[in-house]
Ligand binder design. Structure first.
Ligand code: PBG
Length: 324
């Protein structure tokens, strides 16, 4: 029945009523806080393109993780910076690497926290690509070996979830097989399934010092105009044993979060990437928009689209805001 019988504004009259009819909620439970772990002690090196985010040594990461967990953030995802880079990124599977040490320390000092690790070669290779290079391109099958070594070393250090972000074909299956063979049947895989070759990763490449030294990532990351292809990537990863699938970036890909959730009904993660973070921070700092409100609106939109989990550099800050 139409106006004047029907007046949708009745249910928007005040905050109490709005609370009662609110359809989507954002809780600290939904958030995953990323950290960039670097070598050294007492290091906190700000990332200029991501105000409020720093590369931190293990001690500082543990302190930050403790605060995040206390604020209600259940999980962190760790990215590592090596002492030295080489052609195959061999420090990625060093048992005493920065990420491996951070995993052990967090599991010891903040035992309730879920530790997710990013499994990729780009921070560890001297050429900045996500795998081994052959004839000017990333060699898929040779890279699987490297990713498996890295994932196993994260598992040995005590990671709860490994998250391959390289976009090689078959990596989820290769990692699942290796984990199971070595007795890590309980470690889950969060697959970066629909990961696009995106300009929104710009600031991350400063943070992780992982910009490709030649070419770009378009021969392995997805082409932004494609949506059906994302469904195929998700189906393949689930077949290979992914427990959680991810859409990345999030903001320009909300339709895909919706499609993945509707089609597969599995746990879906959305990565609110560095560029999405920096846009809001920059505009907020310039006084061009209300940073707090824009952040909440963006994150709740990802939840409304169907994301169960959101990886976001805002996690701890937002969890504290949700608690007040
Ligand atoms: C590693 C990786 C990237 C991000 C997460 N894992 C960068 C890339 O693919 O170039 C981006 C995260 C962000 O922008 O916040 N492959």
């Amino acid at each position: 029945m139409a106006f004047p019988v029907n007046r949708p504004r009745r249910l928007r009259r005040n905050e109490t009523i709005r609370r009662m009819v609110r359809e989507t909620r954002l809780s600290p439970d939904n958030l995953i806080q990323p950290y960039f772990v670097c070598p050294g002690r007492g290091v906190s090196k700000p990332i200029s393109s991501m105000p409020g985010v720093a590369q931190m040594s293990v001690d500082n990461v543990v302190a930050a993780a403790r605060d995040a967990f206390a604020a209600g953030v259940p999980a962190t995802i760790l990215f590592g910076l090596p002492e030295r880079k080489d052609a195959v990124g061999s420090e990625a599977w060093a048992d005493d690497g920065a990420v491996q040490r951070a995993i052990r320390e967090i599991k010891e000092r903040v035992p309730g926290m879920c530790v997710v690790t990013d499994v990729c070669m780009c921070e560890y290779t001297d050429h900045g690509h996500c795998g081994a290079i052959k004839s000017g391109d990333v060699d898929n099958d040779a890279t699987l070996e490297l990713l498996v070594r890295e994932a196993l070393s994260h598992a040995r250090a005590g990671a709860d979830i490994v998250a391959p972000s390289d976009m090689m074909d078959g990596r989820v299956g290769a990692i699942r097989t290796a984990l199971d063979r070595d007795g890590f049947t309980n470690i889950a895989i969060m697959a970066y399934s629909a990961k696009y070759a995106s300009a929104f990763y710009g600031p991350f490449r400063e943070a992780a010092e992982s910009a490709p030294q030649f070419g770009d990532r378009r021969s392995y990351q997805m082409d932004p105009p494609n949506g059906d292809e994302a469904m195929r990537e998700v189906a393949l990863d689930l077949e290979e044993g992914a427990d959680i699938v991810m859409v990345k970036p999030a903001l320009a890909y909300l339709d895909l979060i919706w499609r993945v959730k509707s089609e597969f009904r599995v746990p879906v993660a959305a990565y609110n990437v560095s560029g999405e973070y920096s846009m809001i921070r920059a505009a907020g700092r310039n006084g061009w928009l209300d940073e707090e409100r824009a952040t909440m609106e963006m994150l709740v939109a990802m939840r409304r689209a169907g994301a169960d989990m959101i990886l976001t550099y805002f996690a701890t800050e937002v969890a504290r805001r949700l608690n007040r």
